[in-house]
Design a binder for this molecule. Structure first.
Ligand SMILES: [Zn+2]
Length: 243
């Protein structure tokens, strides 16, 4: 029992002991500083899992918000700027319902192929939209195609963004078919069994919203995990999610 508890807590203890980020853990010990210039793939708060949805908002997103509400779950939505002319109200609803809204760049380009000014533009043009629609700018982003290198990491740190990747890839975009989506459910279960905790899916696919998401939430409930936002699962207090 003690050994199990120690194994459970060890990653958290090790994270807390790391001196590299130079930011103090707060007095309660409930929160911890989230590093910049690092690719983050796993939750650090014990018993949490982060279901994340990229590339929206889209026509299926409201149904996903209904589903998350049914399960009392919170998620992170990495949104694209070019979607926001049409789905401004959906973004506002997502934000109001306590989900985390984060940047997935304005137009979903391959960041590694862009020069410095173009990368900054991909981030800042979406920031303008966030400011207009929500009044805040996120401090979290996920690079399109999960493509990131030291140069892009450096730019994101300079712009004040934590960089989120994933440790469970549902590959839902390959299985957006009633006959195939079980493959993504399987990838989710296998990924969580392998220790994954930040889960990648897309609210732009019907089967993700209408089949995979419910299956994931059922599995999360069965395992007694808490489905929460990326920032929360990293121990980051809500006042740090935006600036
Ligand atoms: Zn994407």
């Amino acid at each position: 029992m003690l050994l199990t508890t120690l194994q459970f807590l060890l990653p958290t203890i090790l994270t807390l002991l790391q001196p590299s980020h130079g930011q103090p853990v707060n007095q309660t010990g409930q929160t911890q500083s989230v590093p910049y210039a690092t690719i983050l793939t796993h939750c650090t708060a014990p018993g949490t899992i982060a279901l994340t949805f990229d590339d929206g908002p889209y026509t299926y997103t409201p149904a996903l918000l209904d589903l998350l509400s049914e399960y009392g779950a919170r998620s992170t939505f990495f949104v694209n700027g070019y979607r926001l002319t049409e789905y401004t109200d959906v973004l506002q609803r997502t934000f109001k319902e306590g989900h985390q809204v984060a940047s997935h760049t304005y137009s979903h380009k391959h960041l590694l192929s862009l020069d410095y000014a173009s990368i900054v533009n991909e981030m800042s043009s979406l920031e303008t939209l966030f400011r207009n629609v929500l009044g805040v700018v996120p401090t979290y982003m996920r690079p399109p195609y999960l493509e990131v290198d030291q140069r892009v990491l450096g730019v994101m740190a300079e712009l004040g963004y934590h960089v989120i990747s994933a440790s469970v890839d549902t590959k839902d975009y390959e299985n957006n078919d009633p006959w195939l989506i079980d493959k993504s459910v399987r990838k989710f279960v296998d990924g969580v069994n392998a220790g994954g905790s930040i889960v990648l899916a897309h609210d732009t696919h019907a089967q993700t919203v209408f089949t995979l998401a419910r299956a994931m939430l059922e599995e999360v409930t069965k395992r007694g995990l808490k489905a929460t936002t990326v920032a929360d699962c990293l121990g980051d207090p809500v006042e740090s999610w935006y600036r």
